[in-house]
Design a protein around this ligand. Sequence first.
Ligand SMILES: Nc1ncnc2c1ncn2[C@@H]1O[C@H](COP(=O)(O)OP(=O)(O)OP(=O)(O)O)[C@@H](O)[C@H]1O
Ligand SMILES: [Mg+2]
Length: 168
Amino acid sequence: MEEIAAPIPPAELTVTSPEQMRQLGRRLAKLLRAGDLVLLSGELGAGKTTLTRGLGEGLGVRGAVTSPTFVIARVHPSLGDGPPLVHVDAYRLGGGLDEMEDLDLDVSLPESVIVVEWGEGKVEELTDDRLHVVIHRAVGDTTDEVRHVTLTGIGERWAAVDLSVLSA
Ligand SMILES: Nc1ncnc2c1ncn2[C@@H]1O[C@H](COP(=O)(O)OP(=O)(O)OP(=O)(O)O)[C@@H](O)[C@H]1O
Ligand SMILES: [Mg+2]
């Protein structure tokens, strides 16, 4: 009989500064590979771009990750032989997937690591597997630098990945 493994629970961690958020991104980058989709949720200023900056550093890609004001997506090629980082800000992406494909990114998505801010309900169809990262501020707190981060792996790709290593 086939053994069905219990799903790995989401990892929950607390981050107390922007620098720590970047560090988390750098550590998370080590778990990522070409074809991965990372969905980032959290209110304005939660730290999605800050985390992505760390991901870019960890992946060793060219160019600093910034908040794209006039572009929806930016491709950061690898400085080595790793996958490029495709950073999407779907805030203004109304139509979802179709528009995503229309972006004409000149990059092969299955060969890239794709990180999407504000992508909920828009890009899930890109792949069955995704890592969903939710960043929360402590309720009612706008001055504090404390953030609660929940990482949930969805699909076969993440079934055996122990995300608790990220809290180390
Ligand atoms: N623990 C923390 N982690 C991340 N950012 C933090 C933290 N504490 C304070 N900050 C600050 O909060 C802001 C986060 O901005 P960032 O652009 O990363 O957010 P965002 O979620 O991408 O917002 P947007 O929805 O506008 O794209 C930065 O100014 C950063 O310095
Ligand atoms: Mg952002």
